[in-house]
Design a protein. Sequence first.
Length: 434
Amino acid sequence: MTEGARWFSPAPSELSAARLSLDFGLRAADLWFRERVVPELGGVRFVRQLSWPVAALALHAEWKQTRGSAPRPSAICHGLEALACKLEYWHEPGEGPSDRVRGRRAFDRDFADDTNGEVWDFARLRRPTYYVRNTFRQTASRVLRVETGLGFVRGPRFDQFALEKVGEELADAFLDQPVGKGGGSLRKLLLTWLQDGLEPDRLTRSVREALSPDRPTAPECKVVRARLFEVGTAGCATRTHLAAAVGRAKEPPDLDTVVVENLRARGRDAQARDLRAARAFGAMLDRSLDVAARVTELVEASGAGIGVTALAQDKQMASRTKALRDAARRLGARAEEAGIVEPDSRAYAMAVVQAAEDAAVVARVVTAAGELFALADSTVARGPLFRVIAGAAEDDAASEVVRDEGTTTELTDRTFRVANLHALACDLDAGSKA
């Protein structure tokens, strides 16, 4: 596995449609570590993930002021986001111009089936059928809030959010962009699109660029940068030092060596220990995935159930359970170094380390993956969402090298939002120069 490959998640279109979630009962712990490493950022990785929702809130307020009853802000945001992605995809559908575009499959169906020119209508794009169910807005909602994020809005949930002054500034920076030959604003065009619809020829290149996920304006970037790196909070200091330690290179440096050492050089020893602990937690999850993957192969080959003892005696399984024990021990050491007491990850790691036999380790993983397996009378059978899955490591040779007791590098793809912070910082730099 190359170092660069560690930084990227699969594009939405590459993800399986099935609802299998292999978190081994550690989802809350995973989120806790993410927040510890990069606070208040969530899944945000580019500026327009913040601009679109605050703009939707502003457009909702203007619609109510001029026409009374209006669609929910979440519906407006869904349609706005879909329009932005669809225009970007329409530009070069064969290549898929941006990895920030969602809804490709729905857009392809629209372009193929449209007979009446409705593919751009708000009434259509506000519906998940014509875009996606998991939107960027859902990822960004917590990040927008004063209580849990960067402070653009206040309120308990999106449809009840009220824009703070800085949220209004970001919405204005986005909506006041000039579009079209007449010099009108994006705000005016979007209100017309929302309320009355637009002829497709009004969706010009300037409109596509004004909405694009890839082209934030300098005013937008100024507002977002201030909230991300220039407020006097502990979370802001953590983000600022980490972004400086990571840098802005296209291929970011190794987290476990370069970034950790850069943090230490900046006097951020505690932050470096937190990152090392999070990465050790990620490695434990991935070694659990390796064990689960081998179990799926053996259960599939058996054609029925297979005993836990027989699973543990498999040669490949023996190396994988050893690697999981090593990863669990390393997490315990790294967590102690960092002064971290996260109960769920601690309990899981201790259960693995203290297991008397490999069969007990396998049973612990199988039990924690209840959607994948069914365990009864020490026999593992297919669970409700059973399938053969791939392990976290690409090949056994590479795995054995990195899993060696003496290594200082964790074999894991998980960056605990560091990749998101790096991507957002690079987007801010690019937009500020536009």
